[in-house]
Design a protein around this ligand. Structure first.
Ligand code: IPE
Ligand code: IPE
Ligand code: MG
Ligand code: MG
Ligand code: MG
Length: 304
Protein backbone atom coordinates (compact mmCIF):
# COMPACT_ATOMS: atom_id res chain seq x y z
CA UNK A 1 0.00 0.00 0.00
CA UNK A 2 2.87 2.36 0.84
CA UNK A 3 4.13 2.10 -2.74
CA UNK A 4 0.81 3.36 -4.09
CA UNK A 5 0.54 6.09 -1.46
CA UNK A 6 3.96 7.38 -2.49
CA UNK A 7 3.05 7.14 -6.15
CA UNK A 8 -0.04 9.27 -5.56
CA UNK A 9 1.95 11.84 -3.60
CA UNK A 10 4.50 12.07 -6.41
CA UNK A 11 1.93 12.44 -9.22
CA UNK A 12 -0.04 15.04 -7.21
CA UNK A 13 3.13 17.00 -6.50
CA UNK A 14 4.06 16.92 -10.19
CA UNK A 15 0.69 17.94 -11.64
CA UNK A 16 -0.51 20.36 -8.97
CA UNK A 17 2.13 22.87 -9.94
CA UNK A 18 0.88 25.12 -12.73
CA UNK A 19 2.65 28.45 -12.35
CA UNK A 20 -0.27 30.15 -14.14
CA UNK A 21 -2.38 29.60 -11.01
CA UNK A 22 -2.42 32.62 -8.65
CA UNK A 23 0.27 31.91 -6.08
CA UNK A 24 -1.97 32.01 -3.00
CA UNK A 25 -4.55 29.71 -4.60
CA UNK A 26 -1.93 27.15 -5.66
CA UNK A 27 -0.42 27.27 -2.17
CA UNK A 28 -3.82 26.62 -0.57
CA UNK A 29 -4.65 23.80 -3.01
CA UNK A 30 -1.28 22.14 -2.42
CA UNK A 31 -1.57 22.65 1.34
CA UNK A 32 -4.63 20.41 1.52
CA UNK A 33 -3.97 18.01 -1.34
CA UNK A 34 -0.38 17.19 -0.35
CA UNK A 35 -0.86 17.14 3.42
CA UNK A 36 -0.93 13.36 3.77
CA UNK A 37 -4.06 11.42 4.53
CA UNK A 38 -4.44 7.71 4.00
CA UNK A 39 -4.84 8.04 0.22
CA UNK A 40 -7.59 5.46 0.51
CA UNK A 41 -9.46 6.55 -2.63
CA UNK A 42 -6.28 6.63 -4.71
CA UNK A 43 -5.37 3.15 -3.51
CA UNK A 44 -8.84 1.93 -4.44
CA UNK A 45 -8.29 3.16 -8.00
CA UNK A 46 -5.03 1.18 -8.19
CA UNK A 47 -6.56 -1.86 -6.49
CA UNK A 48 -9.59 -2.07 -8.79
CA UNK A 49 -7.42 -1.34 -11.83
CA UNK A 50 -4.90 -4.03 -10.91
CA UNK A 51 -7.70 -6.53 -10.29
CA UNK A 52 -8.77 -6.16 -13.93
CA UNK A 53 -5.27 -5.64 -15.43
CA UNK A 54 -5.57 -1.94 -16.26
CA UNK A 55 -2.29 -0.13 -17.17
CA UNK A 56 -0.60 1.64 -14.26
CA UNK A 57 0.06 4.91 -16.12
CA UNK A 58 -3.70 5.35 -16.68
CA UNK A 59 -4.42 4.62 -13.03
CA UNK A 60 -1.95 7.31 -11.88
CA UNK A 61 -4.02 10.13 -13.34
CA UNK A 62 -7.34 8.75 -12.16
CA UNK A 63 -6.03 8.11 -8.63
CA UNK A 64 -4.70 11.67 -8.47
CA UNK A 65 -8.01 13.12 -9.67
CA UNK A 66 -9.89 11.18 -6.98
CA UNK A 67 -7.60 12.56 -4.27
CA UNK A 68 -8.11 16.13 -5.57
CA UNK A 69 -11.87 15.75 -5.29
CA UNK A 70 -11.52 14.17 -1.86
CA UNK A 71 -9.25 17.02 -0.67
CA UNK A 72 -11.79 19.58 -1.94
CA UNK A 73 -14.57 17.80 -0.05
CA UNK A 74 -12.55 17.95 3.18
CA UNK A 75 -11.77 21.66 2.79
CA UNK A 76 -15.45 22.49 2.29
CA UNK A 77 -16.62 20.02 4.95
CA UNK A 78 -14.44 21.83 7.52
CA UNK A 79 -15.70 25.34 6.71
CA UNK A 80 -17.47 27.27 9.49
CA UNK A 81 -20.78 27.00 7.60
CA UNK A 82 -20.40 23.21 7.47
CA UNK A 83 -18.69 21.22 10.27
CA UNK A 84 -16.61 24.18 11.49
CA UNK A 85 -13.44 22.22 12.21
CA UNK A 86 -10.01 23.71 12.78
CA UNK A 87 -7.89 20.53 12.61
CA UNK A 88 -7.42 18.20 9.63
CA UNK A 89 -4.68 15.62 9.05
CA UNK A 90 -2.91 16.99 12.12
CA UNK A 91 -2.73 20.50 10.65
CA UNK A 92 -4.82 23.67 10.76
CA UNK A 93 -7.77 23.38 8.36
CA UNK A 94 -7.50 25.30 5.12
CA UNK A 95 -9.70 28.24 6.18
CA UNK A 96 -7.71 28.62 9.42
CA UNK A 97 -4.33 28.46 7.68
CA UNK A 98 -5.48 30.80 4.88
CA UNK A 99 -8.96 32.37 5.10
CA UNK A 100 -12.51 31.34 4.20
CA UNK A 101 -12.56 32.84 0.72
CA UNK A 102 -9.27 31.17 -0.15
CA UNK A 103 -10.49 27.84 1.26
CA UNK A 104 -13.69 27.95 -0.81
CA UNK A 105 -11.69 28.75 -3.93
CA UNK A 106 -9.02 26.12 -3.16
CA UNK A 107 -11.86 23.55 -2.96
CA UNK A 108 -13.38 24.80 -6.22
CA UNK A 109 -9.92 24.71 -7.80
CA UNK A 110 -9.23 21.12 -6.75
CA UNK A 111 -12.64 19.94 -7.96
CA UNK A 112 -12.31 21.44 -11.41
CA UNK A 113 -8.63 20.52 -11.67
CA UNK A 114 -9.55 16.85 -11.22
CA UNK A 115 -11.58 16.95 -14.43
CA UNK A 116 -8.87 18.87 -16.25
CA UNK A 117 -6.37 16.17 -15.26
CA UNK A 118 -8.51 13.33 -16.61
CA UNK A 119 -9.25 15.13 -19.87
CA UNK A 120 -5.79 16.49 -20.69
CA UNK A 121 -4.21 14.98 -23.85
CA UNK A 122 -1.32 13.40 -21.88
CA UNK A 123 -3.62 11.52 -19.51
CA UNK A 124 -3.01 8.25 -21.45
CA UNK A 125 -6.75 7.57 -21.34
CA UNK A 126 -8.66 6.82 -24.54
CA UNK A 127 -11.51 9.18 -25.53
CA UNK A 128 -14.00 6.53 -24.46
CA UNK A 129 -12.32 6.10 -21.08
CA UNK A 130 -12.23 9.88 -20.54
CA UNK A 131 -15.94 10.10 -21.26
CA UNK A 132 -16.94 7.18 -19.02
CA UNK A 133 -14.66 8.18 -16.15
CA UNK A 134 -15.64 11.87 -16.31
CA UNK A 135 -19.33 10.93 -16.29
CA UNK A 136 -18.96 8.52 -13.37
CA UNK A 137 -16.87 10.89 -11.29
CA UNK A 138 -19.16 13.87 -11.95
CA UNK A 139 -22.26 11.87 -11.06
CA UNK A 140 -20.83 10.32 -7.91
CA UNK A 141 -19.24 13.50 -6.58
CA UNK A 142 -22.15 15.74 -7.56
CA UNK A 143 -25.73 16.51 -6.48
CA UNK A 144 -26.99 12.92 -6.45
CA UNK A 145 -23.76 11.70 -4.83
CA UNK A 146 -21.36 13.36 -2.41
CA UNK A 147 -22.70 16.92 -2.62
CA UNK A 148 -26.26 15.64 -2.18
CA UNK A 149 -25.14 13.58 0.81
CA UNK A 150 -23.51 16.62 2.39
CA UNK A 151 -26.78 18.54 1.95
CA UNK A 152 -28.75 15.76 3.66
CA UNK A 153 -26.10 15.55 6.41
CA UNK A 154 -26.53 19.27 7.17
CA UNK A 155 -30.33 18.98 7.12
CA UNK A 156 -30.26 15.96 9.47
CA UNK A 157 -28.20 17.80 12.10
CA UNK A 158 -30.10 17.88 15.43
CA UNK A 159 -32.97 16.03 13.74
CA UNK A 160 -34.44 12.60 14.42
CA UNK A 161 -33.98 10.37 11.39
CA UNK A 162 -34.44 6.62 10.85
CA UNK A 163 -31.85 4.04 9.79
CA UNK A 164 -32.73 4.02 6.11
CA UNK A 165 -32.42 7.83 6.00
CA UNK A 166 -29.03 7.61 7.71
CA UNK A 167 -27.88 4.90 5.31
CA UNK A 168 -28.90 7.14 2.42
CA UNK A 169 -26.83 10.05 3.81
CA UNK A 170 -23.74 7.92 4.42
CA UNK A 171 -23.92 6.14 1.06
CA UNK A 172 -24.06 9.49 -0.69
CA UNK A 173 -21.71 11.72 1.30
CA UNK A 174 -18.94 9.11 1.58
CA UNK A 175 -19.91 5.92 -0.24
CA UNK A 176 -20.46 7.55 -3.63
CA UNK A 177 -16.88 8.82 -4.08
CA UNK A 178 -15.49 5.52 -2.83
CA UNK A 179 -17.64 3.71 -5.40
CA UNK A 180 -16.42 6.05 -8.08
CA UNK A 181 -12.77 5.35 -7.18
CA UNK A 182 -13.34 1.62 -7.67
CA UNK A 183 -15.38 1.94 -10.87
CA UNK A 184 -13.07 4.52 -12.47
CA UNK A 185 -10.06 2.30 -11.72
CA UNK A 186 -11.79 -0.63 -13.43
CA UNK A 187 -12.82 1.54 -16.40
CA UNK A 188 -9.11 2.08 -17.17
CA UNK A 189 -9.23 -1.29 -18.95
CA UNK A 190 -11.55 -1.33 -21.98
CA UNK A 191 -11.76 -5.12 -21.72
CA UNK A 192 -13.31 -5.06 -18.26
CA UNK A 193 -16.38 -7.31 -18.23
CA UNK A 194 -19.83 -6.57 -16.83
CA UNK A 195 -19.35 -9.44 -14.38
CA UNK A 196 -16.18 -7.82 -13.06
CA UNK A 197 -17.87 -4.41 -12.87
CA UNK A 198 -20.84 -5.88 -10.98
CA UNK A 199 -18.55 -7.61 -8.46
CA UNK A 200 -16.53 -4.41 -7.95
CA UNK A 201 -19.70 -2.36 -7.60
CA UNK A 202 -20.90 -4.69 -4.85
CA UNK A 203 -17.50 -4.51 -3.11
CA UNK A 204 -17.42 -0.71 -3.35
CA UNK A 205 -20.96 -0.26 -2.12
CA UNK A 206 -20.19 -2.31 1.01
CA UNK A 207 -16.85 -0.72 1.89
CA UNK A 208 -18.23 2.74 1.04
CA UNK A 209 -20.89 2.50 3.72
CA UNK A 210 -18.54 0.69 6.13
CA UNK A 211 -16.02 3.52 5.76
CA UNK A 212 -18.43 6.14 7.14
CA UNK A 213 -19.77 3.81 9.86
CA UNK A 214 -16.17 3.36 11.05
CA UNK A 215 -15.53 7.12 10.73
CA UNK A 216 -18.51 7.66 13.07
CA UNK A 217 -17.14 5.06 15.53
CA UNK A 218 -13.63 6.56 15.47
CA UNK A 219 -15.04 10.01 16.20
CA UNK A 220 -16.06 8.55 19.58
CA UNK A 221 -13.32 6.02 20.29
CA UNK A 222 -10.12 7.63 18.92
CA UNK A 223 -8.26 10.62 20.29
CA UNK A 224 -7.69 13.90 18.48
CA UNK A 225 -3.97 12.99 18.25
CA UNK A 226 -4.70 9.62 16.64
CA UNK A 227 -7.30 11.05 14.26
CA UNK A 228 -5.48 14.22 13.26
CA UNK A 229 -8.94 15.81 13.45
CA UNK A 230 -11.04 16.80 16.46
CA UNK A 231 -12.55 13.73 18.11
CA UNK A 232 -16.04 14.00 19.58
CA UNK A 233 -17.00 16.53 16.91
CA UNK A 234 -20.12 14.61 15.85
CA UNK A 235 -21.74 14.61 19.29
CA UNK A 236 -20.81 18.27 19.80
CA UNK A 237 -22.57 19.17 16.54
CA UNK A 238 -25.56 16.84 16.98
CA UNK A 239 -24.67 14.93 13.80
CA UNK A 240 -26.67 11.97 12.57
CA UNK A 241 -24.32 8.99 13.02
CA UNK A 242 -24.59 5.22 13.38
CA UNK A 243 -23.41 5.13 17.02
CA UNK A 244 -25.95 7.84 17.88
CA UNK A 245 -28.75 5.87 16.19
CA UNK A 246 -27.99 2.19 16.91
CA UNK A 247 -25.17 2.34 19.51
CA UNK A 248 -21.44 1.58 19.32
CA UNK A 249 -21.66 -2.23 19.53
CA UNK A 250 -24.30 -2.51 16.80
CA UNK A 251 -22.30 -0.10 14.65
CA UNK A 252 -19.21 -2.31 14.98
CA UNK A 253 -21.23 -5.39 14.06
CA UNK A 254 -22.60 -3.61 11.06
CA UNK A 255 -19.13 -2.55 9.86
CA UNK A 256 -17.96 -6.16 10.23
CA UNK A 257 -20.94 -7.46 8.25
CA UNK A 258 -20.36 -4.95 5.44
CA UNK A 259 -16.67 -5.96 5.40
CA UNK A 260 -17.59 -9.66 5.04
CA UNK A 261 -19.99 -8.87 2.21
CA UNK A 262 -17.27 -6.83 0.45
CA UNK A 263 -14.80 -9.72 0.70
CA UNK A 264 -17.36 -12.19 -0.64
CA UNK A 265 -18.15 -10.01 -3.61
CA UNK A 266 -14.54 -9.88 -4.86
CA UNK A 267 -14.20 -13.64 -4.64
CA UNK A 268 -16.00 -13.71 -7.99
CA UNK A 269 -13.46 -11.66 -9.96
CA UNK A 270 -11.03 -13.52 -12.18
CA UNK A 271 -8.58 -12.55 -14.93
CA UNK A 272 -10.93 -13.37 -17.77
CA UNK A 273 -14.05 -12.10 -16.07
CA UNK A 274 -15.56 -15.55 -15.66
CA UNK A 275 -17.61 -16.08 -12.54
CA UNK A 276 -15.36 -18.04 -10.21
CA UNK A 277 -16.81 -20.24 -7.53
CA UNK A 278 -16.20 -18.80 -4.07
CA UNK A 279 -14.72 -22.13 -2.96
CA UNK A 280 -12.41 -22.37 -5.98
CA UNK A 281 -10.30 -19.34 -5.13
CA UNK A 282 -7.05 -19.78 -7.07
CA UNK A 283 -3.72 -18.23 -5.99
CA UNK A 284 -3.70 -16.06 -9.11
CA UNK A 285 -7.12 -14.73 -8.24
CA UNK A 286 -6.01 -13.97 -4.72
CA UNK A 287 -3.02 -11.98 -6.07
CA UNK A 288 -5.22 -10.04 -8.42
CA UNK A 289 -7.49 -8.90 -5.65
CA UNK A 290 -4.93 -8.73 -2.85
CA UNK A 291 -4.91 -4.93 -2.67
CA UNK A 292 -8.72 -4.87 -2.63
CA UNK A 293 -8.61 -7.29 0.32
CA UNK A 294 -6.02 -5.16 2.12
CA UNK A 295 -8.08 -2.02 1.62
CA UNK A 296 -11.21 -3.67 2.99
CA UNK A 297 -9.11 -4.68 6.03
CA UNK A 298 -7.94 -1.08 6.37
CA UNK A 299 -11.54 0.19 6.48
CA UNK A 300 -12.39 -1.83 9.57
CA UNK A 301 -9.01 -1.99 11.32
CA UNK A 302 -7.83 1.60 10.95
CA UNK A 303 -7.28 3.91 13.90
CA UNK A 304 -7.73 7.15 11.97
C1 IPE B 1 -12.43 11.54 5.85
O1 IPE B 1 -11.86 10.69 4.89
C2 IPE B 1 -13.76 12.02 5.39
C3 IPE B 1 -14.76 10.96 5.22
C4 IPE B 1 -15.34 10.76 4.10
C5 IPE B 1 -15.13 10.12 6.34
P1 IPE B 1 -10.50 9.92 5.16
O2 IPE B 1 -10.57 9.23 6.49
O3 IPE B 1 -10.17 9.09 3.99
O4 IPE B 1 -9.47 11.14 5.29
P2 IPE B 1 -7.91 11.20 4.93
O5 IPE B 1 -7.81 11.40 3.45
O6 IPE B 1 -7.25 9.91 5.37
O7 IPE B 1 -7.41 12.39 5.69
C1 IPE C 1 -17.44 13.83 5.60
O1 IPE C 1 -18.04 13.22 6.67
C2 IPE C 1 -17.89 13.45 4.29
C3 IPE C 1 -17.32 14.29 3.23
C4 IPE C 1 -17.88 14.35 2.10
C5 IPE C 1 -16.09 15.07 3.44
P1 IPE C 1 -17.50 13.78 8.06
O2 IPE C 1 -17.86 15.21 8.24
O3 IPE C 1 -17.86 12.82 9.12
O4 IPE C 1 -15.90 13.69 7.82
P2 IPE C 1 -14.83 14.13 8.87
O5 IPE C 1 -15.09 13.32 10.13
O6 IPE C 1 -14.97 15.60 9.07
O7 IPE C 1 -13.52 13.73 8.23
MG1 MG D 1 -19.33 16.51 7.57
MG1 MG E 1 -16.59 16.76 9.06
MG1 MG F 1 -16.60 12.14 10.68
Amino acid sequence: MREYQQRTQHVLDTYLNDSDTPERLLKAMRYSALSGGKRFRAMLVYAAGLAVDAPLEKLDIVATALECIHAYSLIHDDLPAMDDDDLRRGLATNHIEFDEATAILAGDGLLTFAFELINQPSSNLSDRQCRLITANLARKSGPIGMVGGQMLDIQATEQKINQSELENIHKRKTGALIQSAVMCGALCNDQVTQIQLDALQEYASNIGLAFQVVDDILDIESSTEELGKTSGADIALGKATYPALIGLEESKKMAEKLYQQAIESIATISDNGALVSKTNNTENLRNNTELLHNLADLVVKRKN
